[in-house]
Design a protein around this ligand. Structure first.
Ligand code: NDP
Ligand code: 2IT
Length: 446
């Protein structure tokens, strides 16, 4: 890495102490950009990268709410408005006890590059709270969401910042948040995506991230003359993204044999299909956060406290959370003959694990490219809201599929153009960067 990049990283670490995930996300991106800065010194002079690692705005707020026992609870709410060079801030809300400013900054930073890759006009942002939805009643979740929106509403808008779901935020939460926004603003607009179908939501949005990731993996396999038919696949998580991915892999003739949760992983040798896929929704809705329930119901093996990456598979799709494939897991996957790792989650692979995949020429796609189908379909939801005209299922799915193919091809073409053929990580980082950097150059010192 050049002296310039090393200095930049040292500054990011010093200015953002105790935020290792943010450092990791920045390091992974800027590692790819040395060659771009060599060819385009004007980005250095304009300090584009130095500006990109600094959020345009960070909002922190108090979220007081009352639980079912009448006790007052206080959580912290956040919205990181990272970059608006190519469109309104766009990105999900995460409700999870592990949420900190550093986690949200890493996610918002990733989102800037991801949204740039979608071909749609969306800037990058992320938000959320350390609220733990586990074990909460519907009424508690509603009261929390109403309180959260009572502050957030003044910072967002359909042309300013458009939040959506992420871990712990699905259709139910988006409904409560939207209801409160509408009450406060007296406006029915597309201020959130992931809405219900009969009040402005888009068909295919719930499935989009998982479907999109599988469409991306399909393109990766195609480069080696292969497809999903007959392939064994390990999926981690059992949430929204995992659910969409499992459905699409099953439709394409692949066999998903694992799911995981905070409690461990299950190994279903017969494949996860039919009612088993529907059961994933029930497990999520139960707010118990146990994947063991699947093992009990369908009489398959459960491995408490373990990750799924030791199972022999052809394709691995991490769909749970950040940093869930470590160096040792990567070695196991390679040893067992895995040919493709396609990230459904955001930054699930550590830098050390990624090096193992790269050294072994495994097909590897970073989340900012392969999970972009979720936010891309959010972009399609925004278009439908602006037109006040909903599209049919086939139309949205077709557009999603085309966008994923385009992102795939852009990654490969860009990697080739910048001297690292086949490197999806470099391709995604460089292509995502160039569009945003050029927009920033055009817009002057902002
Ligand atoms: P869900 O809340 O539906 O599911 C998340 C899953 O990951 C759950 O099984 C959850 O269990 C597990 N998980 C979350 N955090 C941890 C943790 N710290 N340790 C262990 N397990 C954990 O979320 P999504 O499916 O929406 O999101 C999954 C991933 O995909 C995330 O990385 C998200 O950022 C990313 N993503 C989501 C998109 C979307 O549209 N929803 C779009 C693009 C990316 P638990 O609740 O106990 O933590
Ligand atoms: O990480 C992500 O891309 C998301 N959680 C989806 C964001 C969105 O605005 O749909």
């Amino acid at each position: 890495m050049s002296e310039y990049i090393n200095k930049l990283l040292a500054r990011v670490r010093a200015q953002n102490p105790s935020e290792p995930e943010f450092h990791q996300a920045v390091e992974e991106v800027v590692e790819s950009l040395g060659i771009v800065l060599e060819r385009h010194p004007e980005y250095k002079t304009a300090k584009i990268l130095e500006r990109m690692v600094e959020p345009e705005r960070m909002i922190t707020f108090r979220v007081p709410w009352m639980d079912d026992q009448g006790e007052i609870q206080i959580n912290r709410g956040y919205r990181i408005e990272m970059n608006s060079a190519i469109g309104p801030y766009k990105g999900g809300l995460r409700f999870h006890p592990s949420v900190t400013p550093g986690i949200l900054k890493f996610l918002a930073f990733e989102q800037v590059f991801k949204n740039s890759l979608t071909t749609l006009p969306m800037g990058g942002g992320k938000g959320g709270s350390d609220f733990d939805p586990k074990g909460k009643s519907d009424n508690e979740v509603m009261r929390f969401c109403q309180s959260f929106m009572t502050e957030l509403f003044r910072h967002i808008g359909p042309d300013t910042d458009v939040p959506a779901g992420d871990i712990g935020v699905g259709g139910r939460e988006i409904g409560f948040l939207f209801g409160q926004y509408k009450r406060l603003k007296n406006e029915f607009t597309g201020v959130l995506t992931g809405k219900g179908l009969n009040w402005g939501g888009s068909l295919i949005r719930p499935e989009a991230t998982g479907y999109g990731a599988v469409y991306f993996a399909q393109e990766m396999l195609k480069t080696k003359g292969m497809d999903f038919s007959g392939k064994l696949v390990a999926v981690s998580g059992f949430g929204n993204v995992a659910w969409g991915a499992v459905q699409k892999i099953d439709q394409l003739g692949g066999k998903v044999v694992t799911l995981s949760g905070p409690d461990g992983f299950i190994h279903d040798k017969n494949g996860i299909k039919g009612e088993k896929i529907d059961y994933m929704l029930q497990m999520r809705a139960s707010a118990k956060d146990n994947v063991k329930d699947y093992a009990d119901k369908f009489k398959v093996e459960f491995f408490p406290g373990k990750r799924a990456w030791g199972v022999k598979v052809d394709v691995a799709m991490p769909c749970a959370t950040q940093n869930e494939i470590f160096e040792q897991d990567a070695k196991e996957l390679v040893k067992n003959g895995c040919i493709c790792v396609c990230e459904g989650a955001n930054m699930p692979t550590t830098i050390e694990a990624y090096k193992i995949f790269r050294e072994n020429s495994i097909l590897f796609s970073p989340g900012k490219a392969s999970n972009a189908g979720g936010v891309a379909t959010s972009g399609l939801e925004m278009s439908q809201n602006s037109m006040r005209l909903p599209w049919g299922k086939e139309e949205v799915d077709h557009r999603l599929h085309e966008i994923m193919k385009k992102i795939h091809d852009t990654c490969l073409e860009t990697a080739e153009r910048f001297g690292t053929p086949g490197n999806y990580v470099a391709g995604a980082n460089i292509a995502g960067f160039l569009k945003v950097a050029d927009a920033m150059m055009d817009q002057g010192l902002v």
